[in-house]
Design a protein around this ligand. Structure first.
Ligand code: GDP
Ligand code: GDP
Length: 459
């Protein structure tokens, strides 16, 4: 399917290994103010997970790409919820349940200067039941004096408390070594989980018909085993056979049973969506065809694009779409979905199963586009042609030239252009458009990186 035989000639060196396959997920849990987001920042080495001095401000972004000693993992910060709300202990417990449902391992953060609280103990009970690997973090151990206090955390019964100061970095290397010990190995770059079921995330806002679609695809009988005596943790994924192949649906538990969004916080739904996208190869964004495209739909689209995943858009509830609605829908597609016109679109009625058979071909097309690789030779010939037919506009008396280009990665396709100067955003969009015209790349975002030879401004 992918053009595996077209191996790139003259691959550039010094690039990060292509991230193929799914990387393990590490969830960070703990009470508010124990230093979760400070720790996340420390681990990802950026100031991306903004530390809020105002507690309770919901953070949008919850998944981050992290790496330690050459091993990649996804870090999920479960910190962004309202600690002032009533039933805090209940919330923390729910947060922990979701985290263990999503993650391969859990980083449980405790404030060593405060010690064990009731809320911490509630989390411990959840973690024990879940039988997930846990790395216990005694945070705010800024100096040796604080270590004495941290020893008390052995009493949690979760093994060694790893003493760190998220703020100053103390102990964080040892902590990450411990994390790598418990995470399952990520697939090696290159062995793109060939043969394993493709990973699909069905995403969309509430009530668009995600669970109806999943039920139709999986058959009502195949629902997950739930409520196994005392277990509150859901089996997360489900394997479904479609079109003669197995597919892995990510976090179906979250779709089937609005799990413990109990305290009604929309944040949990977002956490699940964001993590499911991160773990998937291809996302099916379900929209309600009978309603206008909503802000929330766009937000999910944005997340899929940023995560670099293949995408299929399914307009559901087509039974409710009449000629008039259809007219407006076409306008909305041009206006709101203009950034993702490359995504295959299908119209279906999950309720009756109408057109449901169109999903597999759409998924396959999107995955094929996502994994497409073009050779360095073909890419440079293409660049030569488009530059000849439509050169970059002259800026300040200079005309940036493209010296060389290469596709440095697939899944998603990522290109690097070496130039004599910065390129206009508009020109980059032009290159992307022409790339799609010539090579397909259906159903996938394309990333373009520019490396200018002159003094580097922003790339
Ligand atoms: P979260 O609510 O668990 O995400 O906690 P934050 O990361 O927002 O941190 C809460 C407060 O604790 C902030 O004022 C941080 O600066 C502070 N903090 C975090 N880590 C440390 C640490 O290692 N030592 C000290 N002294 N303070 C810390
Ligand atoms: P979810 O929240 O996205 O999982 O949505 P559900 O699958 O629970 O569906 C929400 C509501 O929409 C339910 O009442 C479904 O019966 C209804 N629904 C789902 N698919 C369709 C469809 O194709 N046509 C119509 N008319 N209703 C649908």
């Amino acid at each position: 399917m992918s053009e595996d035989d077209l191996t790139p000639e003259g691959e550039l060196t010094g690039e990060a290994a292509p991230s193929v396959g799914t990387v393990p997920v590490l969830a960070v849990v703990g009470r508010p103010n124990v230093g979760k987001s400070t720790l996340v920042n420390r681990i990802i080495g950026r100031r991306e997970a903004v530390v809020q001095d105002i507690p309770g401000v919901t953070r949008d972004r919850v998944s981050y790409d992290a790496e330690w000693n050459g091993r990649a993992f996804t870090l999920v910060d479960t910190g962004g919820w309202d600690p002032d709300a009533r039933g805090m202990a209940e919330r923390i417990r729910a947060q922990a349940e979701i985290a263990v449902g999503l993650a391969d391992a859990v980083l449980f953060v405790v404030d060593a200067t405060i010690g064990i609280t009731d809320a911490d103990e509630a989390v411990v009970r959840v973690l024990r039941r879940a039988d997930k690997k846990v790395v216990l973090v005694a945070n705010k151990v800024d100096d040796e004096r604080a270590e004495a206090q941290a020893f008390g955390l052995w009493n949690l019964g979760l093994g060694e408390p790893h003493m760190v100061s998220a703020l100053h970095g103390r102990g964080s290397g040892d902590l990450l070594d411990a994390v790598l010990d418990v995470l399952p190995p990520a697939p090696e770059a290159g062995d793109a989980v060939i043969g394993g079921p493709r990973r699909i995330a069905i995403v969309g806002r509430p009530n668009v018909g995600k669970s109806s679609l999943l039920n139709k695809l999986a058959g009502e009988e195949r629902s997950v085993v739930d409520n196994v005596a005392g277990t509150t943790v859901d089996p997360v994924d489900e394997i479904v056979d479609m079109g003669g192949k197995s597919w892995r649906f990510i976090d179906t538990a979250g779709i089937r049973k609005r799990v413990k969004e109990a305290s009604g916080h929309e944040y949990y739904a977002w956490l699940r969506t964001s993590t499911a996208i991160e773990r998937a190869e291809v996302c099916v964004l379900v929209l309600d065809g009978s309603e206008s495209v909503a802000e929330q739909d766009m937000r999910i689209l944005q997340e899929v694009r940023e995560a670099g995943k293949a995408l299929v858009i399914a307009f559901n509830k087509w039974d409710k779409v009449d000629a008039e609605r259809r007219y407006f829908l076409d306008r909305e597609i041009e206006r709101d979905l203009v950034q993702v016109l490359w995504a295959p679109r299908i119209n279906l009625t999950a309720l009756t199963g109408w057109h449901i058979d169109r999903l597999v071909p759409a998924l396959e097309k999107a995955i094929e586009g996502w994994e497409t690789r073009i050779t360095t030779g073909a890419f440079n010939a293409f660049l030569g042609r488009i530059v000849a037919e439509h050169p970059h506009p002259v800026r300040g008396g200079k005309q940036p030239r493209i010296l060389f280009g290469s596709q440095v990665q697939s899944a998603p396709p990522t290109f690097k252009l070496f130039t004599s100067g910065q390129l206009d955003a508009g020109y980059l969009r032009f290159i992307e458009r022409r790339l799609r015209e010539e090579f397909g790349f259906v159903g996938t975002p394309i990333e373009m990186k520019v490396q200018a030879r002159e003094k580097r401004k922003r790339t």
